[in-house]
Write a protein that binds this ligand. Structure first.
Ligand code: ACK
Length: 220
């Protein structure tokens, strides 16, 4: 029968199709392999705490926490309990775009000692379902452009929650904004690899990767 009350998801986002998931995982894996073999990376093993043996770090094992379907979260609504969850559900764009297909652009890939993720560049249309306060909520001081936090979590280190991936991405973007520094370490066949210190590596893809997604909610 009809539900008396609205049912709110755990979160809303763009969910990658099966095919796009395998491709994205593959691209991420390639980065981890490239990094693992890079001399410049080896100089900074210490950033990853005790994870490095004499042979190095197995990054794939390091980031094996928290699997699941690859997605780009728009709103974490916590089954309606999160601040603004109900208002978000009522947004015209959210209702209109629900279940629609979108192409998302991945512009970079990154790892930190906590998370591995993909940086997503949202279009103006996609920003219509991006919560107004997402960046403010996460970065206490600075004003960052809307959509800065958009990401796909590819992996988490042990005992790290996936919410950390977006926070790590904002950390990169803050440094990019403040920095007069050149972070570039190496040109790879995938793009420019940058080291920001403290175990924070970003690969700026020379060609953005397009992934197919469906906008919707995650309920389990
Ligand atoms: O990797 P993610 O973007 O980070 O996808 C998962 C998803 O919701 C289910 O846990 C994200 N998430 C969890 N807590 C929050 C939060 N407080 N704010 C924003 N995103 C969150 C998590």
């Amino acid at each position: 029968g009809r539900l008396e009350e609205s049912v709110y998801p755990l979160f809303y986002g763009w969910f990658l199709t099966h095919k796009s998931q395998s491709r994205t995982k593959e691209t991420g894996k390639k980065l981890l392999e490239t990094l693992g073999e890079l001399d410049e990376f080896k100089e900074h093993w210490g950033d990853f705490g005790g994870a490095a043996s004499e042979k190095g770090i197995n990054l794939e094992e390091y980031f094996d926490g928290k699997g699941g379907i690859l997605h780009c979260t728009t709103k974490f609504s916590d089954y309606g309990k999160a601040t603004g969850a109900q208002e978000y559900a009522e947004l015209e764009a959210v209702k209109e775009f629900y279940s629609s297909a979108f192409h998302l652009q991945i512009s970079g890939l990154f790892i930190t000692p906590r998370t591995a993720g993909a940086r997503v560049r949202l279009s103006d249309k996609q920003l219509e379902v991006w919560p107004a306060d997402s960046e403010k909520e996460a970065s206490l001081s600075e004003e960052l452009p809307r959509g800065s936090r958009a990401h796909i979590t590819l992996g988490c280190a042990k005992d790290v929650e996936p919410v950390q991936t977006g926070l790590d991405l904002l950390e990169f973007i803050k440094m990019e904004k403040e920095g007069d520094q050149d972070w570039a370490v190496k040109d790879t066949d995938q793009g420019k690899l940058c080291y920001f210190g403290k175990g924070m590596w970003m690969l700026e893809l020379s060609e953005e990767v397009t992934v197919e997604t469906i906008f919707g909610g995650f309920y389990p």
